[in-house]
Ligand binder design. Structure first.
Ligand code: GAR
Length: 216
């Protein structure tokens, strides 16, 4: 944690959450700056958005590492370290991070997922899963990433979204996105101001910042 926390966004898709983060990060009082965007894709919306907004954009497709995801993730880690990244945000990143990356950033990787976890985790089709299950309420979750788990880890913030009778995946996803654009920047700000206290599987949101040790 520094005066303005240095954040990297990992993304594979259209990048609407990246846009929300970049917009709020322009607010002078926001305690974090988005300085790097990394994608596993050669091209995607998030990379285009980063370039258009003057943010370093790095594309690291696994095919450039002979299909070896661990080697690719070592390159991601080198990129993160070179950019002096303190907090990683996975915003529509569709790959599981290797243990090397997770170990290097303990309690310092946020992930956004479009369901109320632990329901409908583990993939990129949580909205479709919620519709198929017939739930009346779904939503989104920001959580910290831990080794050995996909779309799981201590929950920081959640927002509920009612499912309407005539929803399809597009209409429901659009309303979930609106909540994601609100809670993800909020979670980044809480992290950056030292207000997240992790106790095992639970996160307490502190009224006052705490002293952090071992800050990168
Ligand atoms: C978001 O809805 C995010 O929750 C989801 O991908 C979307 C990316 O949208 N992530 C997952 O499903 C992770 N399992 P965006 O590219 O417009 O930010």
């Amino acid at each position: 944690m520094s005066a303005s926390t240095r954040v990297a966004v990992l993304a594979s898709g259209t990048g609407s959450n990246l846009t929300a983060l970049l917009d709020v990060a322009q607010t002078p009082a926001f305690p974090a700056q988005i300085v790097l965007v990394v994608s596993n894709r050669s091209q995607c919306g998030a990379l285009d958005i980063a370039r258009a907004r003057g943010v370093q954009a790095v594309s690291l497709p696994v095919k450039e590492y002979g299909g070896d995801a661990t080697a690719r993730d070592r390159a991601i880690l080198d990129t993160l370290r070179t950019a002096r990244i303190e907090l990683i945000v996975c915003a529509g990143y569709d790959r599981v991070l290797s243990d090397d990356v997770l170990a290097a950033y303990p309690d310092a990787i946020l992930n956004i997922h479009p369901s109320l976890l632990p329901a409908f985790g583990g993939g990129m089709d949580a909205v479709e899963q919620a519709l198929a299950a017939g739930v009346k309420v779904t939503g989104c979750t920001v959580h910290l990433l831990k080794a050995g788990a996909v779309d799981a880890g201590p929950i920081v913030l959640q927002a509920a979204v009612p499912v309407e009778a005539d929803d399809d995946a597009d209409t429901l996803r659009a309303r979930i996105h609106e909540q994601e654009w609100r809670v993800l920047p909020e979670a980044v700000a809480l992290w950056a101001t030292g207000r997240l206290q992790v106790n095992g599987s639970k996160v307490r949101i502190l009224a006052q910042p705490r002293q952090r040790e071992g800050v990168r």
